[in-house]
Design a protein around this ligand. Structure first.
Ligand SMILES: [Zn+2]
Length: 283
C-alpha cells in the first residue's frame, strides 16, 4: 500500500494516469478571456476557442474524455462546435492531444501540428521520446492535415495565429501568439506550450533526444523575446487561471492582462531548467 501510494505520487508528478487527476477532468465554467478568445477547458487542461463569424479555431483537444466537455462549453457560450474549422495543440502529449481524432470526426476540422510533433500524434504517442513505451500515455493516432514549421501563420477570416516552435518538453512543442483588439486597444496574447522539464527527463546524453538541452535553451530565448500582454498556457496552472477567473469584474481591469506575471513565470521556469541541467551535469 505504501509502495502503491509512493508509486502514484511519482507517476502523478510526470502526469501519467491522467484520467485520475480531478483538476484535469473537472469542468470549468467557460468564459471570454479577451476579444474573441474564450476558455473552454477543464480546471487545469486549457482549451481555447478563437472565434470568427465564419468558423472557429480550437487549441487543445485534451483527453478523449474532455471532448464532450469542450463541446458543451463551446455551445454554452453560444457557438457551434461543428463550426470548428481548425484544430491546433500546445504539444503532442495525451493531455493536450488525445481528443484530436474524435474532434476531427465530429467537426471535420483541419488538424495543424508542428513538424517535430507530427510523428508523435500520428503514432498515437508511440514515438514520444520519453513516454513512447508507456501504454498509459498512448492515444488514438490522428492524421495531420497541415505540417507547421517555426514561425508559420494559421489564418482564418482575419485571425492570425503564429506558431513558435518551443521544443524540449516535446520535440515540436508550440507556443501560440496572436494580436487581439478590444476597446480600441491591441493586446499581444501568448499561449505557452510548456517550458517544463518533466520528472525523468534526461537533459544530458539523451540518445532518444540528443538536442534536448539546446532545445530548452532556444525555447527560453524565444519565450523571453515574445511581447506578452495576455498570459495563457497549456495548463491553467501555468498562469493561475482559477485565481484570475475569480477576479473578473465588469468595469475592472482584465486579470488575464499580466505582462509581469508572464516575465516572472518564464524566469522561474528557466531557473528550474538550469538547476536541473546543472544537477544532471554533475555540477
Ligand atoms: Zn506535456
Amino acid at each position: 500500500m505504501l509502495f502503491r501510494s509512493l508509486f502514484l505520487t511519482l507517476v502523478f508528478a510526470c502526469g501519467v494516469f491522467a484520467q485520475d487527476n480531478p483538476e484535469w477532468t473537472t469542468n470549468h465554467t467557460p468564459f471570454r478571456v479577451v476579444g474573441n478568445v474564450y476558455y473552454v477547458g477543464s480546471k487545469d487542461l486549457a482549451s481555447y476557442l478563437i472565434t470568427t463569424p465564419q468558423g472557429h479555431i480550437l487549441i487543445n483537444s485534451s483527453l478523449t474524455s474532455s471532448v464532450p466537455l469542450i463541446e458543451k462549453n463551446v455551445e454554452a457560450l453560444g457557438f457551434h462546435f461543428k463550426d470548428v474549422k481548425i484544430l491546433l495543440i500546445s504539444h503532442a502529449h495525451w493531455d493536450h492531444a488525445a481528443g484530436s481524432a474524435e474532434i476531427k470526426r465530429l467537426t471535420g476540422a483541419k488538424y495543424m501540428v508542428m513538424d517535430s510533433d507530427v510523428p508523435v500524434v500520428e503514432s498515437g504517442g508511440k514515438t514520444d521520446f520519453q513516454y513512447g513505451s508507456e501504454p498509459e500515455s498512448h492515444f488514438p493516432p490522428t492524421k495531420v492535415d497541415r505540417v507547421l514549421h517555426d514561425g508559420d501563420e494559421v489564418k482564418l477570416n482575419g485571425v492570425v495565429l503564429v506558431a513558435h516552435k518551443t521544443p524540449g518538453h516535446t520535440k515540436g512543442c508550440t507556443t501560440w501568439t496572436m494580436k487581439v483588439r478590444e476597446d480600441n486597444k491591441t493586446y499581444n496574447v501568448v499561449i505557452v506550450g510548456s517550458p517544463n522539464v518533466n520528472t525523468g527527463y534526461k537533459l544530458v546524453d539523451n540518445a532518444a533526444y540528443p538536442t534536448i538541452a539546446a532545445d530548452y535553451e532556444s525555447t527560453f530565448q524565444t519565450l523571453k523575446s515574445l511581447p506578452c500582454d495576455v498570459f495563457l498556457g497549456a495548463h491553467g496552472g501555468y498562469f493561475g487561471m482559477e485565481a484570475k477567473f475569480a477576479r473578473i469584474k465588469q468595469g475592472a481591469a482584465n486579470p488575464f492582462v499580466d505582462p509581469a506575471g508572464y516575465k516572472s513565470y518564464v524566469a522561474e521556469r528557466e531557473q528550474a531548467f538550469r538547476k536541473e541541467l546543472a544537477k544532471q551535469s554533475g555540477q
